[in-house]
Design a protein around this ligand. Structure first.
Ligand SMILES: C[S@@+](CC[C@H](N)C(=O)[O-])C[C@H]1O[C@@H](n2cnc3c(N)ncnc32)[C@H](O)[C@@H]1O
Length: 334
């Protein structure tokens, strides 16, 4: 699929941090898509988890200003406004009315609207320009829309389009798991991939010879992406299953996955999620089964290891590092 080169016009409303969510909602009601908020409020714990960052960025002080932006497609005929909006003037009037209604509930601040010159920007597909074929050990990982470069021909090739799910393979945490999988997966392996994202680890597990994989994720986009990536790599439906749900607290998922069944389990999720996952994953593993955890920022290495050691059943066999990230591999010993 070629990288889309649509043109977009960006409009930005200067408001307050208190009003930014309401302003976004108002814009979405008017039919705007891709609404973005920028402010200097520190991310909450749940936001950081969703964004997969363990370290909070240092931001300048929050001065209560929030910028809410949206993008409209534009071409030679001009900007394409959502249904019900005639032109730019009509849009500005409708937004001003919307802000006025919100004023009864919250301080909307300046409420000024600025626009950027039309730019060649596609915020959904932009990242694709930077996703190029690369290698992890001997495995070539490439976007589905790129050819295998000449110097990488003849190796195992994994095609990936993560869509909106996590997992191009370029993140250190994913690479740490792939390198461990190469050591432990063989033709007898039953694999469980907790937090499958794009399905990249499941696909690689099967390509390395695993008999079957079950992937789980909380994100419905991960299910779609995994199906697509299995197909892109010519993997038949009998070899895998991907399910939406949480093995931490959903007994139906636990029963479905089955107990004492897995030779290898991968879990590339944040340390704060891995810690409560460990006792839940243990009973699904065979004795001598291997659990490869990743997504652990170095400052949380000790906490994850303490969690492993507090459980009667795991023995840590290896710790590997890439950049500021850590992967802990453990064996089920009883
Ligand atoms: C860092 S991504 C890893 C994606 C892919 N496995 C990789 O290695 O590139 C973590 C994934 O875990 C999912 N996740 C978070 N908590 C989970 C849980 N309790 N059970 C299953 N998946 C979870 C997220 O939705 C996200 O897709």
């Amino acid at each position: 699929m070629p990288v889309s080169k649509m043109k977009w016009k960006k409009y930005t409303i200067k408001t307050t941090t208190a009003a930014e969510d309401l302003v976004s909602g108002m814009l979405m009601d008017l039919g705007m898509e891709g609404v973005q908020i920028e402010d200097n409020i520190q991310l909450s714990e749940s936001d950081t988890k969703a964004m997969f960052v363990d370290i909070l960025p240092e931001l300048p002080p929050d001065e209560g200003i929030g910028m809410v932006s949206f993008y409209l497609e534009s071409d030679n005929e001009g900007v394409h406004f959502p249904e019900g909006i005639k032109d730019e003037e009509d849009m500005r009037i409708k937004i001003a009315q919307g802000l006025k209604e919100l004023e009864d509930f919250v301080d909307v601040g300046e409420g000024t609207i600025t626009s950027d010159e039309t730019e060649d920007k596609d915020w959904i597909n932009n990242w694709k320009q930077y996703f190029k074929p690369f290698m992890v050990n001997d495995i070539v990982i490439k976007p589905t829309w790129e050819e295998v470069p000449d110097d990488m021909v003849g190796r195992m090739v994994v095609d990936i389009d993560p869509g909106t799910a996590f997992g191009t393979g370029s993140h250190e945490t994913t690479q740490l798991v792939i390198k461990q999988m190469e050591k432990y997966i063989n033709n007898e392996t039953e694999l469980l991939d907790v937090g499958t994202g794009s399905g990249i680890l499941s696909v690689i597990g099967l390509m390395l010879g695993a008999k079957h994989v079950i992937g789980t994720d909380l994100d419905p986009n991960a299910i779609i992406a995994t199906d697509e990536n299995m197909e892109a790599n010519g993997i038949s439906k009998e070899r895998y299953e991907v399910i939406e749900g949480n093995i931490i607290d959903d007994p139906a998922i636990k029963n479905h996955i089955g107990f004492e069944k897995y030779d290898v389990v991968t879990a590339n999720i944040l340390a704060d999620i891995i810690i409560p996952l460990l006792p839940e994953i243990l009973p699904h593993m065979k004795i001598n089964g291997i659990l490869i955890t990743s997504g652990i920022i170095n400052m949380k290495e000790q906490a994850v290891k303490d969690a492993f050691r507090s459980l009667d059943g795991f023995e840590i066999v290896e710790t590997t590092y890439q950049g500021e990230w850590v992967s802990v591999t453990a064996k089920r010993v009883k």
